[in-house]
Design a protein around this ligand. Structure first.
Ligand code: 5GP
Length: 237
C-alpha cells in the first residue's frame, strides 16, 4: 500500500480502560485532516455501535475470507474475537489526503509499524492507577465483573511494559492534560512547524521513560497492597 502522499498513520494503543478511545476521539473532533481507521471485527455490536461507523461487523467466515484474500493490513485475536485493519478502508482515507488514526491492540500497533515504518508513529496510553482503570471499566457498563478483572489482570501481566516499544507515551491521569498532550503529538507529526512541536518532545518514549516507570511501579504496589488486603479479609472470615 504505497503512501506517496506521506500521510501520518498514528496508532494509539494501551490497556482497555486506559482512555485511548477518548483521546483518539479528541483528535478526530479537533483536527479535520484526521480520520479513524474503521476496523473489521467478529465481536457483536454494543447497543450504541453502528456497522461501518464503529466497526464493520463480520461473521467469522467473512473475516477469515478477508484474511485469505489479503484484505487486512494486520489482524489480531482479542478475547476470542477477530479484529483487523482493512486495506480498503485505510487506502481510501490515504487517497483522500487524510491522516489516519488507529485504536488497535499492542501487537496490532507493532505490525502496522513494521509494515509502514516511515509513516507510522505509535502512542502508548498508560492508565495512572489500577483504581482508575477499574473505575473506568465499571463505568463503561459494557463488561461484567469477571471480564473486568480479566482485562485488568491482562493489562498488568502482559501489556503495560510494552510501552517501551512505542514512540510516545502518555499517562492518562488528568484528562484535559492528556487531551492536550495527544494533540501536541498529532500536530508535531502532521505539521512540524506547529507551536506544539516542542511540547510533543516531552512525550517521546526516552524522554518520558522515568515517569512511565514510576507509574508502573505505583501500579505494581497497588496490586500488591490489594492482594494483601484480600488475603487479610480471607483470614478474618
Ligand atoms: P473493543 O471490543 O473494546 O472495541 O476492542 C477490543 C480491542 O481490540 C481494543 O484494544 C482495540 O484497540 C482492539 N482493536 C480494534 N480494532 C482493531 C484492529 O483492527 N486490529 C487490532 N489489532 N486490534 C483492534
Amino acid at each position: 500500500m504505497p503512501n506517496e502522499l506521506e500521510n501520518v498513520l498514528l496508532v494509539v494503543s494501551g490497556p482497555s480502560g486506559s482512555g485511548k478511545n477518548t483521546l483518539l476521539n479528541y483528535i478526530l473532533e479537533n483536527r479535520p485532516d484526521s480520520v479513524h481507521s474503521v476496523s473489521a471485527t467478529t465481536r457483536a455490536p454494543r447497543f450504541f455501535e453502528h456497522d461501518g461507523v464503529d466497526y464493520y461487523f463480520k461473521t467469522t467466515a467473512e473475516f477469515e475470507q478477508l484474511i485469505d484474500e489479503g484484505g487486512l493490513i494486520e489482524w489480531d485475536k482479542y478475547r476470542g474475537n477477530y479484529y483487523g485493519t482493512l486495506v480498503s478502508d485505510v487506502q481510501r482515507k490515504i487517497d483522500m489526503g487524510l491522516n489516519v488514526v488507529f485504536d488497535i491492540t499492542i501487537p496490532g500497533a507493532e505490525n502496522v509499524k513494521r509494515l509502514f515504518p516511515a509513516e507510522t508513529k505509535t502512542v502508548f496510553v498508560l492508565p495512572p492507577s489500577i483504581r482508575i482503570l477499574r473505575h473506568r471499566l465499571v463505568n463503561r457498563k459494557s463488561d461484567d465483573e469477571e471480564t473486568i478483572n480479566k482485562r485488568i489482570e491482562f493489562a498488568i501481566r502482559s501489556e503495560i511494559e510494552k510501552y517501551r516499544d512505542f514512540d510516545y507515551v502518555i499517562v492518562n491521569d488528568d484528562l484535559d492534560e492528556a487531551r492536550r498532550n495527544i494533540l501536541a503529538i498529532y500536530d508535531s507529526l502532521t505539521n512540524p512547524d506547529s507551536e506544539n512541536t516542542a511540547a510533543a518532545e516531552r512525550f517521546k518514549k526516552d524522554a518520558f521513560a522515568e515517569h512511565a516507570e514510576e507509574t508502573i511501579r505505583k501500579i505494581r504496589e497497588e496490586i500488591r497492597a490489594d492482594a494483601e488486603e484480600d488475603a487479610g479479609e480471607q483470614i478474618q472470615q
